[in-house]
Ligand binder design. Sequence first.
Ligand SMILES: Nc1ncnc2c1ncn2[C@@H]1O[C@H](COP(=O)(O)OP(=O)(O)OP(=O)(O)O)[C@@H](O)[C@H]1O
Length: 308
Amino acid sequence: MPPIISVENLSKTYATGLPALKSIDLSIDRGEIFALLGPNGAGKTTLISILCGIVTPSEGRASIDGHDIVRDYRAARALVGLVPQELTTDHFESVWSTTSFSRGLFGKPKDPAKIERILRDLSLWEKKDAQIRTLSGGMKRRVLIAKALAHEPRVLFLDEPTAGVDVGLRRDMWALVRGLRETGVTIILTTHYIEEAEEMADRVGVILGGEIILTEDKAALMAKLGQKQLTLQLAEPLGAVPPALAGHQLELADDGCSLVYTYDTQGDRTGITGLLTDLAAAGIHFKDLQTKQSSLEDIFVGLVGANR
Ligand SMILES: Nc1ncnc2c1ncn2[C@@H]1O[C@H](COP(=O)(O)OP(=O)(O)OP(=O)(O)O)[C@@H](O)[C@H]1O
């Protein structure tokens, strides 16, 4: 099946002369949850805004379910729901009317049962008649999601969906997004919370300085996450790794006081037992040890640092 979103050679230079996106190529499959990670100013919102028809690209092409986002704007836009980063809602409207109005904007016939379903799924039903200004920040964010879903989009863009949201609500939001995916909606989210991408995404893209520097399946990332390091603090410093230990993936710290062993937590065998046996046989004693798991955050920080 062709990808639901296809982006080719997409660039954006703002009137200020700033190149916010540089020749982006990207394909998003139907039904996947794709997390777009990147530091402030990397170009995430610009990319989403172009795909939603809010910002015009300077170069290149993008299509949503085969509809070109420029030439076939209406058809492309009708397939998309956008939950913006900032809380922009009409404060004096009720939850019900603002959500129903959003559906009407896309020319969809009134469907109170559909709106009710959306509000119930978002735990907003009890608040359907409340003015938006009376809601908490977390509820307002859910109203934005309700509005974005009102016209039954096939693709949902969530720009920083859980910024400023407490931990409990963040987990609720994750469950909600997973539920949406179950209904066949493709989800693209931007986030600064690496944990969020780790928790939810099928695939992760890293954008930096307007360029996508990596897209990878979460499974592949998990293999990277599976790396662990065991650091052994030695009782006596060493000048070099003894030849008897050459078979192990060991590195000696510069001061010779610790040995670092890197291993794969997802492998059948970590090799730790063999290492400890060989260390004892070589007469090497250690006074302390610690292990450290590399997280998606470590990988992300490493990637961003290496590409700056
Ligand atoms: N309307 C605009 N005019 C000029 N420059 C802009 C405009 N909008 C964004 N930019 C610039 O384009 C670059 C990319 O911004 P963008 O908002 O896409 O980044 P982002 O990755 O979403 O950042 P954040 O994580 O801070 O939301 C930034 O340098 C920003 O200052």
